[in-house]
Design a protein around this ligand. Structure first.
Ligand code: ZN
Length: 205
């Protein structure tokens, strides 16, 4: 299904804009928007009034960033952006993602992860109309699938594209379990897959 015209909540766009400006500065952010032909989307560092951003816009901005900085450098920045974004989501959507972290901490790590991904799945559906799936694999790794995805919306590539989501999932896993995880996108809608599929594995420790 084409997800390019799905609307993005304006607050989520403001969070993304804040994050990008923090990481690459005002002029870097403006350069990317210019390249994506979207300079008019911003006014005073926020989403311009009357603009209705879509998933496809995020895909275009991400593609512009990769075109300008190259895959290696852009993917590192996008991963960092994803990590910062997850932290900001927790602050901006406390009911959906903040959870009662004190109560969560008393539960075993695998139950915490399950609880968290259930909350993320509900938030994704309610806030961004994204259908997700989450399951545990026999080897202890976890799989998270997104059947619509703003990060690669409208993009076609030969390699996984959703570095921002990878960073956000890394940060989520660290926050929930207090130990490092590594997320890998193994299938991507930009490669023609039906879902962007992420595998999370505990790393080290
Ligand atoms: Zn993807």
């Amino acid at each position: 299904m084409d997800d390019r015209n799905l609307p993005l909540p304006p607050e989520a766009v403001d969070v993304a804009v804040q994050t990008v400006r923090e990481l690459i500065g005002e002029s870097g952010a403006a350069g990317i928007l210019q390249r994506a032909n979207m300079l008019d989307y911003l006014k005073d560092g926020k989403l311009a009034p009357g603009k209705k951003p879509t998933f496809g816009d995020v895909g275009r901005v991400t593609q512009a960033m990769i075109d300008m900085y190259g895959t290696k450098s852009a993917s590192a920045t996008l991963k960092r952006a994803g990590r910062v974004q997850f932290t900001k989501w927790r602050e901006n959507y406390p009911a959906a993602i903040g959870l009662a972290s004190a109560a969560l901490k008393t539960l075993p790590a695998d139950i915490r992860m399950k609880t968290m991904f259930k909350a993320v799945g509900m938030a994704a559906k309610q806030i961004a109309h994204v259908d997700t799936e989450f399951f545990e694999n026999p080897d202890g790794s976890l799989t998270f699938k997104a059947y619509q995805c703003p990060y690669c919306s409208g993009v076609q590539t030969a390699i996984p594209f959703c570095h921002t989501a990878v960073g956000a999932l890394d940060e989520l896993a660290i926050w929930v379990t207090n130990s490092p995880w590594q997320t890998e996108e193994i299938e991507c809608r930009a490669m023609g897959a039906e879902a962007c599929t992420f595998v999370l594995r505990p790393s080290g420790g």
